[in-house]
Structure formats: C-alpha cells, structure tokens
Design a protein around this ligand. Structure first.
Ligand code: ADP
Ligand code: ZN
Ligand code: ZN
Length: 805
C-alpha cells in the first residue's frame, strides 16, 4: 500500500526538480492519487505550501521521520499520466523547474487560491442527496473541515460521476449587465394612465400599453422595449420618474463566441487539397506519428484541409487539437471551426475570463469537447486520445513563450504527436526556416498548395522607392502611386487595407540639429509620443513625462518626433482623401474587450473604406471586397538587430499581401520602402517563398545561424551593473570549459536594451552543432543561480531564443 507521496512543492525561491517525500496519513490514503494537488508543511517553519503528487511508493523500507501531507486539494487528478510525462520532458528541454512547467499547463483558476464548492450532478440519488447535501445546495469543499467518513463518501460519489468540484470565481466584476425594465403598477392602473394620455402623448400611451404585457417579476432589456415600441430612452426615463416602471440590471452571459453559427458542409476539395487530406488521413488511419508541412500560398484553402482532416480523426472516435496564433484567433477563424463541428468545439484563449477558461478546460478533460482550438498554451489542453494536431501559421513567433518555461508550442505538439501516435500538421504560407529545412531533410512530409482556390490569381505587387518619392514629393507617408490606387478603390467602392509596421519602431522624439533622442531614465529605450495624452511614455516601465520643446542637449528648438504613429497617419490620410471613411486598428483602439472584433465587423459590413492598422491586421482577414493593400513602411522590421529580421519582413509582407483580392476581384499591393533592392522585399514582391528560402538559408549558413547551428542564450540581470556583469563572466568561463572548439560563444555583452525596469542585463549566446556537455553545464549554472537569486541576481536560460537582442 502506498504510504509515501512524492510531492513537487511550489516554493518559488527555492525550486528544485526533485520531489520531497511526505507521509500519507491513514485518513488520506484513499484520497491521494497521482497528479493531484495537495498542501504540505514545508521548511523549518512548517509553512503550508501547495504541491503536486508526482509519485507514490510503499513506505515499508523507510524508517525516518516524514512530515505528513496536510490536505488534498482535488477530488480527481488535474494532471494525467501524459501531462506528467510532458512536464518532465518540458523541464528537461527548457531548463525550467518541473513545478513551473506544471503550473504553466494548468488553467489559471487552478493556480490561484479559489474557493471550491462541491455540488451534486443529475446522477445523484435522492437518498445520497439527503445525506450529503442536506440543504439541497452545493457545499463548500474544504478538506480540512470535512470528517473522514464524509470525505471518503464524497470521493466515492465523485468517482461515480455523482458529484463534482467547481471553483468559484471570486471577482464579481466579471458579470456583465444591461438595463432591464419592470412594470411598477398593476395592469388596471397602467391602463388608466394609458387612457388618460392617449390623445396628448401617444408615445407614452404606447409604452403604457406595452408595460401591461410584461411580467412584473422578470425584467425585459430596455433595448428590447425600445425596439418593440419604438419609444426613446427619454420616454422610458420619464415613465420611470412617473412611477410607471422601474429599472433593474439584468445579468447577461458573455462569451464572445456564443453567437449562433450557421453550420457548413465540407467543400469539394481541389486536387492539391485532396492529395494533402489523403496523405494526412492515411497517417491518422495507421496511427502514425508522421508529421506534415502544409506549405500553401495565402488563400490556397489550408483551413479546409485542416477541417476535413479533423473530421477524419473524429469519425474514428479520436480527438483533435488545432493551434492558431493568438492574433489570428479571431471570431472569423473560430466560427469556421464551430460551423463545422458545433458544440464539440472548445476554445481556449486569453480573452476568456478565468472561469470561462476553466469551464472549457473541464469540458475537454471530461471528453465533452473533442475539438480544441486555442493559442500557444492550448497545446497543454488535457485532450485524450488525440487523432490529429494542427498548427496553423507555424512560423509565428508568438508560439514561443518568452518567460519560463521558454517552450516552443511546436516542440510540445510534436512530442504529443509521438505520444498519441498521431500526425502533426504544420501549416504556413511562409514556413519558418527551421521547419522548411526539416522538410528538405525528410523529417516532415511536404504538402504543397501552390495556387489559390478557384484559380484566383495572387495579387500584383508593386514596390515603391520612397527615396525617389521623397525627392519628388517631399516628406509624406503616402507616395503618389499608392494615393492614386487608394482613390481608384474609393471610386469603385472597393476596400483598402493599409499597414503601418510598428514593430521595433516607435514615434520617438529626436533633435534635428544634434540627433539627441529622448529616452526613459529607467530603461534606456526611446520614449514614445502619445498624442492622446500629450505625453512621452515608456513602453517597458510606464514612465511618463512632458513633450520637450527645447533639446535638453543643445537647446535647439528643432526637437520633433521622428517616425509615425497610426493616429498621425490617420489624420494625414483623412486630409489627403477627405471622403474616405477610415477605421484604425492598433493597440490603443483595441484595448477594450471586444473592440478588435467590432472593428472587423464594421469593416466587413462596409461601414468604412479603409482599414488602417499595425501588423495585427496582417493575418487571417478574409474580406472579399479588399482589392488593395498598402504597406507604408516595409523597412522598419529590417532594421532590427535580429538575425531573423529578413525572415520576419518577408513573412509579414507576404501575409499582408495575402489580404488582397481573395474573392473574384483581382488584388493589388503597394509596398513603400527605402530599400527596394533588399532580397526580402524583392522576393516578397514576387511572392516566391522557395527562392526566399534558398537565399536566406545561404545567409544563415554564412553567418553560422540557425537552422545550421543551435543556439542558447543565457542572461543574467541585477540592479547593480557590476554584479550582473561579473555573474555573466563567470557563466561564460564555465560554459567555455565544457565546450568543444567548434562552438561559437558570443559575449558576454550588455543586452541591446541594457536596462529594463531598473535592472541591468548581460547576455551570452552560444551557437553550436553538437555539444554533449552543454546540457549538464547549463544545468549546473541554473542550480548555482538558485542561491544568489535571493540577492536579486536572476539567470535565465533560453534554448532557441527568438532573437538575440
Ligand atoms: P488559407 O487558409 O490557405 O489562406 P482559406 O482556407 O482561408 O485559405 O481559403 C480561402 C477561401 O477559399 C475561403 O473563403 C474558403 O472558404 C475557400 N475555399 C477553400 N477551399 C475551397 C474549395 N475546395 N472549394 C471552394 N472554395 C474553397
Ligand atoms: Zn539637440
Ligand atoms: Zn522605462
């Protein structure tokens, strides 16, 4: 009998990958299971901390004194066998702690201390109901307050599916309400008022007649009342003042994707799509963990391939996981999946409240939802019996988490594909170089969708040389050719998408006489001009100050902003094309929940002619009347100190170009650039991914970059610059000792943004091909960093960093 539990404790300041042994007291013996969360006393002060049971063993050979497990937090394990194994693998791959990995895998609600409730399901018999729920209501689930007999009984009922534990979301702010209306007088009284005002005030009479039809206890939304009667809010408010009605808030359920969707049937596939689906189907049938790269130009019907492959897995009684970048997790995309698979679909994304997230997680865990759609962390969804995993836009950098554990969702997906013996399908119009290179080596089966559906042509792309435009027109964000093209669309009532690339680029203030740039005193990065608040703001730490009118360095008055913000471009555009209706989509205009969706809906309904936005508009939009796409500043991403700058630029330009001409009308694209001869721009013009791949691979080879080399980045940070630097020199010395002469060590160097949130960062990047010692060296560095961590030094290890900045 198991008497000892191995528990991974959650103590952030003293983390370890080794579990601690705890005695399982007799009264908990029936309850403790692998993968459950428990509380245990920890350290000399016997502080109670939470942890996860990762091992159970027989205590007969143990003769020491063990502290006992204090309580059990779950009735059923929250981590199944697969996810426990995955956590171990993840910890090993990412140099993170096992408990950190486990926390990452669980829904947020299970991480917080939330009140728990136990409640009956419909399976519970009346006798059991009377015994366990004497009040007939759910009861608090606090294991420390329940006696052993009740606990054992509840456990039995839980295994039989007769009761369940739920988590209460304590934040009341999550409930959304609208104004409701209740009649405040009897029908006779209301009728009398109606008769009295019917000549003099017909609107009031109408409202009074309507009130007589309403229930005095169930409020009706005011918007409904207005709609049904045609009376204004003012009339309703006046009626309230007269005492005819009262207003009362109505709680409404608020799932952004709850709108009814019209079901769709599978489309008849074209030859390329059919070839892809057939190959994937075979892998599902044969339960092979074969991996695919679906390389398909924008509008080639990749999504239909995904949907029909998912259907194959479901037909076999298996499940499906579909990952999309957060930014592409638009209602448009989710609706396409729901329209095909209906209530079987669960959606996981950061826009859900903790409660909603947990509900979806539970539906998946219980097998009620068999298709999971979600962003990066959905790769940990507790789906069982997977038949297929799909990762759309696999090149997206948002699939890599940039905090611990620094995992790439693609690697996790491939691991789960091996575990479940199911295919993993990576899809993109512009695959990452790593993925495309692996396909060349035969590690992935490459499936090509070379043409758009229904022979729609790819858009025609023009590159506009802004150096020439500047000479001819003076300074402007809009070249003549682009403006002419916009005007033509307005004349034809077609739509335009304009992208202002803001990545690595901000509206900073610069002196035109001495070049002085206003920077954040804490972070060493340029402050950004905000026209709405008329201040300069730091995007890293939030520091804010007034806009300078005189250069602090040379006292010149020619200190002005440099670069452009979306608001400023919108103003300029409105002056150039006064009749155009413009919608702006950027971080500021989409901050409110649902704002993103609303802008897209307005644009889809032709309430605007032009959608002007940052790179967030580059993905996934499918609007048939968009026939022109303009890129205002293609160069900004090229200038980043990042070896993937060309790749990112090519991907972005291809993606955004793909928004044009998706239906019957041909599309056109204008790319404005100061670097018209750069290969990333030239090849994006031709939309020639294969040639870009070959060219870029050559550059990577020359520079000893991935995918030719692996890379690891180690960063040390501290408030005191010397401490951070010294730690990094020690790390570099330790690393070098363990490496062969073939490894390349870059650094130590201060980070490009050396000081963030009052800390100094030093880094080293190690590039290597085959270094069997590296892993254990890094492991030691991590362990050694545990002790100084208490003094404010933190060391992070990032395998395959997204950039070296
Ligand atoms: P991608 O994801 O490759 O950019 P989509 O899947 O969005 O392309 O497909 C582009 C458009 O073509 C969509 O409107 C889709 O409904 C349509 N489509 C896809 N496959 C077919 C098909 N076999 N027959 C007709 N229309 C299709
Ligand atoms: Zn100056
Ligand atoms: Zn700052």
């Amino acid at each position: 009998m198991a008497q000892i539990g191995q528990v991974l404790v959650d103590v952030p300041t003293m983390q370890t990958n080794d579990p601690y042994s705890y005695a399982i007291p007799a009264e908990l013996e029936q309850q403790v299971q692998l993968g459950m969360r428990v509380t245990v006393p920890f350290g000399r002060g016997h502080r109670v901390v939470s942890g996860v049971v990762v091992g159970l063993s027989d205590g007969t050979n143990f003769d020491g004194q063990l502290k006992p497990i204090a309580s059990v937090l779950d009735l059923a394990p929250v981590l199944n066998e697969e996810l426990r194994q995955l956590a171990d693998w993840l910890a090993d791959q990412t140099y993170a702690f096992r408990i950190t990995c486990i926390q990452t895998m669980l829904p947020n609600l299970l991480k917080a201390q939330t009140a728990r409730e136990i409640k009956p399901t419909t399976e519970l018999s009346p006798a059991e109901m009377a015994q366990y729920f004497p009040d007939g209501a759910p009861r608090e689930f606090d294991t420390s307050k329940l006696d052993d007999k009740t606990m054992a009984g509840l456990l039995r009922l839980q295994r039989a599916g007769k009761v369940e534990v739920t988590y209460q979301v304590t934040s009341k702010a999550t409930a959304k309400t609208v104004t409701g209306i209740l009649p405040a007088q009897s029908i006779d009284e209301l009728k009398a008022h109606q008769d009295a005002v019917v000549k003099r005030a017909p609107k009031q009479a109408k409202l009074l007649a309507y009130l007589q039809t309403l229930s005095p206890t169930t409020p009706v939304a005011q918007s409904r009342v207005s709609h049904d009667t045609g009376v204004s809010a003012a009339v309703i408010t006046a009626a309230e003042a007269k005492g005819w009605l009262v207003k009362q808030p109505i709680e409404v359920y608020r799932d952004p994707f709850q709108r009814p969707v019209t079901p769709t049937a599978p489309l008849t596939l074209n030859t390329a799509q059919q070839t892809a689906v057939t190959a994937i189907t075979q892998a599902i049938d044969e339960q092979q963990s074969q991996n695919f790269l679906v390389e398909g130009v924008t509008g080639s019907g990749k999504t239909e391939v995904y949907l029909q492959s998912i259907a194959v897995a479901l037909d076999q009684g298996r499940t499906a996981l579909m990952l999309v970048p957060e930014i592409a997790l638009t209602p448009q995309m989710v609706n396409r999946v729901k329209a095909r698979f209906g209530h079987r679909v669960a959606v996981l994304h950061s826009g859900l409240s903790k409660g909603e997230q947990y509900d979806e997680w539970r539906r998946i865990d219980r097998g009620e939802a068999t298709v999971v759609v979600g962003a990066r962390s959905a790769v940990f969804a507790p789906v069982k019996n997977l038949g297929i995993i799909i990762m759309d836009e696999e090149h997206e950098s948002s699939y890599k988490q940039d905090e611990n554990p620094r995992y790439h969702a693609r690697d996790v997906a491939l691991w789960r594909g091996r575990y479940h013996h199911c295919p993993v399908v990576l899809g993109s119009a512009t695959p990452s170089l790593e993925t495309r290179a692996r396909a060349s080596k035969g590690l992935y089966t490459r499936l090509l969708l070379a043409k758009r559906v229904n022979d729609h042509p790819l858009p025609t792309v023009h590159v506009v040389d802004m150096r020439e435009a500047l000479k001819q027109q003076g300074e402007s964000d809009f070249s003549e050719p682009l403006l002419t093209a916009i005007q033509a669309r307005l004349d034809r009532h077609e739509q335009v998408v304009l992208m202002l690339n803001r990545r690595g680029y901000s509206s900073f203030v610069m002196c035109r006489d001495c070049g002085f740039v206003l920077k954040c005193p804490n972070c060493d990065i340029s402050l950004t001009l905000h026209m709405d608040t008329h201040t300069m703001k730091c995007h890293y730490c939030g520091h804010e100050e007034a806009i300078p009118h005189v250069c602090p360095n040379c006292h010149s008055r020619k200190i002005r902003y440099y670069g452009t913000g979306t608001q400023k471009v919108e103003q300029a555009l409105q002056q150039l094309v006064p009749t155009a209706r413009i919608l702006r989509m950027d971080v500021d205009s989409t901050r409110r929940k649902g704002a993103h969706e609303k802008i897209l809906r307005q644009f889809g309904q032709h309430e605007a002619d032009i959608l002007l936005g940052t790179q967030m508009i580059a993905k996934g939009l499918d609007f048939p009347d968009v026939t022109l796409v303009g890129v205002l500043n293609a160069d900004t991403a090229l200038g980043l100190p990042d070896f993937r700058a060309s790749e990112r630029t090519f991907q972005l330009l291809t993606q955004v170009s793909g928004r044009a001409g998706r239906a019957d009308k041909p599309g056109e694209v204008y790319i404005q650039t100061f670097n018209p001869d750069h290969y990333a721009i030239e090849l994006a013009k031709d939309q020639d991914y294969e040639r870009f791949f070959v060219t870029e691979m050559h550059m990577r080879h020359q520079g000893n970059y991935p995918p030719y080399y692996f890379a690891v980045q180690v960063t040390a940070s501290h408030e005191d610059e010397a401490t951070a630097a010294k730690a990094m020199y020690q790390i570099v010395a330790a690393v070098k000792k363990g490496l062969s002469a073939n490894a390349i060590v870059l650094g130590p160097t201060p980070k490009a943004i050396a000081r963030v949130k009052r800390k100094y960062y030093y880094q080293v990047v190690i590039k290597y091909k085959h270094e069997p010692q590296l892993k254990s060296v890094l492991e030691q560095i991590r362990q050694a960093a545990q002790i100084p961590a208490r003094h404010g030094l933190s060391v992070t290890i990032d395998p395959e960093p997204m950039n070296f900045m």
